[in-house]
Design a protein around this ligand. Structure first.
Ligand SMILES: [Fe+2]
Length: 284
């Protein structure tokens, strides 16, 4: 795990890379293999696995094939352990073993990630004096949100496969990227390639951590640009959004989609302004 100097990268560079324990890396690769098998299924099988909006924390499968303003062309699958029963039942109803295997591997992976996520949260809590942060992260585990992505080919090199945005999460682990093309916007507003390596996960703060840290850490703007290879062949990735269930949430309904903000708008915004983009969490 990181020492305090490298953790300080989170503030200065906007991200930090952490080595995977071997068992976790193996599980990531196995799960990605299952996701690729899922994507290779015919559309009429995949779409039998439904999408459940679940109060804005949607889980299940989505196929997005209609181009539109900053709507990415992709298919994705969202899994949380809090929605485990619904996900398992929905997978079983499709009767397809590839789908049931993927759901159980995804749940296994979320549980396996727990020590790394909690350890990281403890270090962030200490380094940036964020009171009870690790406890909040641990208590939000049901809502940690594993997202599988497949961007389609048939694009041009240089196209934005994923439009520039900051994540609404507490923080995001980039667990797997099949190819280069993930870029982030530095604090001085320059787009740079992010280090994507098979042995490490890149962690970036989202909007809720910017709020929770009182503007010390910034939600990192990032995007995915097509390379010569991915423009033709497409691109696979897997991320995990770690939510903070007690921290106010980004008010998408009133403030709009983060893809529509100028990249890096939040880097210099005073906290008094930034706070207005959030609404308190309603206890359920
Ligand atoms: Fe993102």
């Amino acid at each position: 795990m990181k020492n305090s100097n490298s953790l300080h990268q989170l503030k200065d560079d906007g991200f930090v890379s952490i080595s995977y324990p071997p068992e976790l890396r193996a599980a990531v690769l196995e799960t990605v293999k299952s996701w690729k098998n899922f994507c290779a299924l015919p559309n009429n099988i995949k779409t039998q696995f439904p999408y459940n909006p679940n109060n804005g924390m949607g889980v299940g499968y989505e196929l997005k094939t209609t181009p539109g303003l900053s709507h990415d062309l992709k298919e994705d699958l969202h899994v949380t352990t809090g929605m485990s029963d619904w996900l398992r039942q929905s997978a079983e109803q499709t009767g397809d073993p590839i789908i049931t295997a993927l759901i159980s591997q995804a749940e296994y992976l979320i549980n396996l990630m727990k020590p790394l996520v909690i350890n990281f949260a403890k270090q962030v809590e200490t380094e940036f004096s964020i009171k009870d942060f690790a406890d909040e992260v641990e208590n939000s585990q049901d809502a940690w949100f594993l997202r599988f992505l497949h961007f389609f080919g048939n694009r041009k090199a240089g196209d934005e496969l994923a439009t520039s945005h900051a994540d609404k999460s507490g923080f995001t682990l980039h667990l797997y990227e099949s190819d280069p093309g993930l870029q982030c916007l530095t604090m001085d507003l320059t787009w740079v390639n992010m280090p994507v390596s098979p042995g490490e996960t890149v962690i970036i703060p989202g909007m809720r951590l910017q709020y929770r840290s009182g503007n010390i850490l910034k939600a990192l703007f990032h995007r995915v640009v097509a390379t010569d290879a991915t423009a033709t062949a497409g691109r696979f990735s897997m991320v995990c959004f770690v939510h903070l269930s007690r921290t106010p949430e980004y008010d998408k309904k009133n403030a709009g989609r983060l893809q529509e903000f100028p990249p890096g708008f939040n880097y210099t915004m005073p906290f008094e302004e930034f706070k207005k983009l959030f609404v308190p969490v309603i206890e359920k």
